[in-house]
Design a protein around this ligand. Structure first.
Ligand SMILES: [Zn+2]
Length: 116
């Protein structure tokens, strides 16, 4: 019987890099896709490097857009049918996030208290 149990040993390497853009030190995970940017700059880079779906829809012709939206709606419905629990969870979360926004309060279905 071996006296010492063989245990797996992983070297804990902590790489500290500096952001190319703002110079903030950050610790990327190993083999991660960080591009030499910190999390804030990376988020910004990803956001502005590719066109948003709204932009691409705005460029379409009306017929093409209608076709696209119909297809997307069917795809979404399919997803909802497959993941009804997740959809209900998201809807509830969205409801609680948006219920205090005044513009949404105006058309709420609850009875409002009247001043006496
Ligand atoms: Zn940065």
């Amino acid at each position: 019987m071996p006296i010492l149990k063989k245990t797996k040993f992983y070297k804990d390497i902590k790489i500290v890099k500096r952001c190319k853009k703002c110079g903030v030190p950050f610790r990327p995970a190993r083999y991660s896709y960080h591009l030499g940017l910190c999390i804030v700059c990376r988020r910004e880079f990803i956001k502005f490097s590719r066109p948003s779906w709204k932009e691409s829809v705005a460029k379409m012709t009306p017929e093409r857009r209608e076709e696209f939206m119909e297809k997307e709606y069917l795809r979404w419905q399919k997803w909802v049918n497959a993941h009804i629990d997740r959809r209900r969870y998201l809807a509830l979360k969205s409801y609680h996030q948006r219920k205090y926004i005044p513009s949404n309060r105006a058309r709420s279905h609850h009875k409002k208290k009247t001043a006496v």
